[in-house]
Design a protein around this ligand. Structure first.
Ligand code: TYM
Length: 332
């Protein structure tokens, strides 16, 4: 059986990279798979979070997912901390994963930076918790942006080692689902850096909560180069900012990059940027309106999360029980 699990951190606003790289694909997949979508609050606290802001962010991200088109009845939507099996299985995986594997994780290196000795142990073990998220439900497919690829390879390694060590074929092989368009949306200020919640400058990203004026301003100020827009894919060489903006246009309009080149190639950035801003506002506006309505009704957001957690607990309980049995834990 095919089952999808994916997650998003509630650390600040959802941005266009989250939407185009992941959430929009989740919306498209929800009809063909049994899906769990998780607001990963325990991943968020691997870096210190202000508790009030974290609570607000968990609800806001949930509202964003529903507003983007995820159906909370059809899918299981919940926040990670409410299903204790995630933490339990993560501990088991701490005992399966090898230090050498985690030492290779580029995201830890990026996030810890020069302050490695001062990073939390949680930040280091982060990928083990992510493997637990997925395997607690024996999920088979994980739709994510390109930046999560290495973590999913580690998930596969953990599953295989667990199976090998226990002489079982308990965990399935996990397939990443990374789509060609928008797998990696870059910063508006630097085409070689990914658009990210943790970038200190808000001008680098389009937040799902930005109003039309702010979206237009950020696109107007986005970094470009002095040449006319590329007319073919070959002309993107050395022009990361042009590729990123035209890629965003392609993703938002459901066109291919080739088609966007044919439409705008040879033209000026100023005209293209106006079109891009209009398109972004048109796509995001209905989502934002719905998100604001949902945010005004906190009780219904909480009800979605409560119901999702109940269903996630029920789905994971027998799997966790079997894991205990395989490991030899006595359940008196
Ligand atoms: P997070 O919260 O950083 O991002 C959520 C999703 O958005 C994608 N994404 C992007 N896609 C394209 N361009 C970008 N600039 C961009 N920025 C973010 C991410 O790839 C992701 O799919 N570790 C995960 C959360 C997680 C998870 C999981 C995911 C925890 N457990 C289990 C899948 C399965 C993360 O930090 O995502």
């Amino acid at each position: 059986m095919n089952r999808i699990f994916s997650g998003v951190q509630p650390t600040g606003n959802l941005h266009l990279g989250n939407y185009l790289g992941a959430i929009r694909n989740w919306v498209r997949l929800q009809n063909d798979f049994e899906c769990l979508f998780c607001v990963v609050d325990m991943h968020a606290i691997t870096i210190w979070q202000n508790p009030k802001e974290l609570s607000a962010s968990i609800r806001e991200v949930t509202a964003g997912l529903i507003a983007a088109g995820l159906d909370p009845e059809k899918n299981i939507m919940f926040n990670q901390s409410q299903v204790s099996g995630h933490a339990e299985l993560a501990w088991i995986f701490n005992c399966v994963a090898r230090l050498g594997w985690l030492n290779r994780m580029t995201q830890f290196k990026e996030k810890a930076g020069k302050h490695r000795e001062n990073a939390s142990v949680g930040l280091y073990a982060y990928p083990n918790l992510m493997a637990a998220d997925i395997l607690l439900y024996k999920a088979t497919h994980v739709p994510v942006g390109e930046d999560q690829k290495q973590h999913l390879e580690l998930t596969r390694d953990i599953a295989q080692k667990f199976n090998h060590d226990t002489g079982t074929s308990f965990f399935p092989d996990v397939e990443p689902l990374i789509f060609d368009t928008a797998a990696r949306i870059m910063s508006l200020r630097d085409g070689n850096n990914k658009m990210s919640k943790s970038d200190t400058s808000d001008m680098t990203r389009i937040n799902m909560t930005d109003d039309a004026d702010m979206i237009a301003k950020k696109i107007r100020k986005a970094r470009t180069d002095p040449e006319p827009l590329p007319a073919t894919l070959k002309e993107f060489e050395g022009r990361a900012e042009a590729e990123n903006l035209m890629g965003i246009y392609a993703a938002l309009s459901d066109m291919t990059l080739d088609e966007v080149c044919a439409k705008f190639g040879g033209g000026q950035f100023s005209t293209f940027k106006k079109d891009l801003a209009d398109l972004a506002v048109n796509v995001l506006d209905p989502i934002q309106t719905r998100m604001r309505e949902l945010m005004d009704d906190q009780a219904s957001i909480d009800a979605v999360l409560r119901d999702g957690a109940e269903r996630a607990r029920a789905m994971s309980a027998p799997i966790l029980k079997e894991i205990h049995e395989i490991l030899g834990f006595v359940r008196p």
